[in-house]
Each structure stands twice: as C-alpha cells, then as structure tokens.
Design a protein around this ligand. Sequence first.
Ligand SMILES: [Zn+2]
Ligand SMILES: [Zn+2]
Ligand SMILES: [Zn+2]
Length: 338
Amino acid sequence: MPELRKDLMTHKWVITGTKTEEEFMQSLRPQKEIPDGQCFFCEGNESLTLPEIYSLRKFDTKPNTKGWQVRVVPSKSAAFKIEGPEGKIGHGIYDLMNNIGAHELIIESPKHIKNISDLPLEDIVRVLKVYQSRISDLANDDRLRYVLIFKNQRPQSPYRYGHTHSQLAALPLIPKVVKEELIYSRNYFKYKERCLFCDIIRQEQKDKSRIIEENSDYISFVPFAAKFPFEVQIMPKNHNADYRRETESSLKNFAHILKLSLSKIAVALNDPPLNYVLHTIPYLRPVQGYWDTIYKDFHWHLEINPQIVEITGFELGSGYHIQPLLPEICAKILREAK
Ligand SMILES: [Zn+2]
Ligand SMILES: [Zn+2]
Ligand SMILES: [Zn+2]
C-alpha cells in the first residue's frame, strides 16, 4: 500500500509506493499505439475500467454501460486509497502517513477526443459541473482536507492518456502549494482588507498587456511573474473563494474562456503537452475558525502550464525559475493566435 513520507529537509510530503516493481518496470518500456477500439476510456469499453463512481448519463441507461456523457472511475494506479486509518506515524526520526484519500479519473467524453478544447461548449460545461459535484460529494468524508482537480493533457501520447480526461486527488492534507497561497492571500487581506486576487485582476485590467481574453464573468491572463513560458491563469471576476458556488450561467462563461485559452495555446505552440490545476478553498476542518476570513481573502482560479521547456538543475537547486520570454510577449502571442 502506498505511503506519504515527509522529507525532513524540505518539509515536503512525498507519495511513494503507488506501483509494484513489475508495474513500474513495465511503464518504462515503450508504450504501443492502442489498436482501434481498445481505448479504456471509449464508450463501449466500460468493463475495462474499474466500476464507475459517478456519471452523467441518459436516464434509461445503467451504470457501467453505454449512454454516458461524463464518467468518473477510480484510478487503477491510485496514489490514494479510501480505506484505512488516518493519522501520522513516526518511524525513528521520520514521519509518514497512511495515504487516505481518493484518486479518480474524470472521463470527459465517450468519444476518443484528445483535447478538452476540442469538445463542444456544452460538453465542457458538463465536465466543469462534475468537478463541482465530486468536490461536494467528497466533503462528506471528514478525513479529507483538500480536493485537487488537475489535468495532464498529452495530445501526442498513444495509449489511453490520449483520451481527454481530468484527474481528482482527494487528500488528507492541504497541499503545500495551496497552503502557501492561502497564507499569502490571508496576510494580504489582513494588511489591506482587500482580496489579493481581486487586486491582481484590477491591476491586469489597468495594465492590459498580459490579458489574453475577458468575458462578463472571467479573465484569462499571463501572470506578471509567470514561472513558465505561456503560463496562463483564469479567474472569476466576481469575488468567490469556493468553486462549488459558481452558477450554471457562470460555468458557461468559464467553459468558454477555458476552451478559448487552451485552443490558443494549441494553435500558437503546436499542441504542446500541458497541465492545469484548479485551486479552490480546502474543506474547513478540523480547525474551525483557523480560516476565519477565507471566504473574503481567497479567490478560486485555474492555472494552465504548457510543458515546453525543461526544468533544469538551476530550478531544482535554487527554487527560482528562469522564464526566457517576457509575460507580455507570451500574452501578445496568445492574444493574436486564431
Ligand atoms: Zn478513447
Ligand atoms: Zn477576490
Ligand atoms: Zn493557485
């Protein structure tokens, strides 16, 4: 069973042991192109995945059969397992933890389509609603602290990873990256009594040079200090900490700007592999009151990172990023991409 181990030098938790030796060695061998019709995620192959946890499907169809629009299944190589005791365990000077949680795959279309931006708008809205439903459902498990929704899009990949899907990790702790954002935005709010993210949006609207697109509810821009070339952030323009609170009409505008931003990246950069992550508020437990101002100081957002440059020894050794292209130039290229 996989474990969470803490690195005492960096205070980072590492998830280890998610594959057996055999599975890992197998994954190093070149992956073959899947024969037609044998993708795990395509409609008709429901028996090739683990049984579904949730789906949006035609009303007269049964789970694990055809007729779905979005399907959520557990990952076979889950980094987290729903069963087992929670809590930290000591091992000499080291800390480790049972990897309580869930690792789910959100299959975004019954058809073998590679990129989410190639789906029709209403299909993307459905996916965005499923994100909300899963975060709400998992809130009932009080061992969980955070649900991270993310996507590893690999358009050039053979095998099933070429079929558009997102992933969900429900975690027993708040990830370090999110915790840092929560702390910095809370500190900013304490000092200025304003939301950091709302202030960033206002500054971007004033500067204009890093904006890619805006609609009535959302803005998409290259951050002032983007860590990677063509990093893009999408934020709701109306202050909201909790992604679950977005309405259907707002999700339509979110789907629209997401599709547009991803399409522009695909066109401008020759369809690169990319990741995106959704950062919303954590489940507010078990220290009620600790996040007193969270609904005012945090603001959910989505971060997109095309993978077009390698992480070098400098980044690994220093924690600093060298980002060769000015964010304003990245934004101009994306803005003008048709
Ligand atoms: Zn497929
Ligand atoms: Zn805000
Ligand atoms: Zn973030």
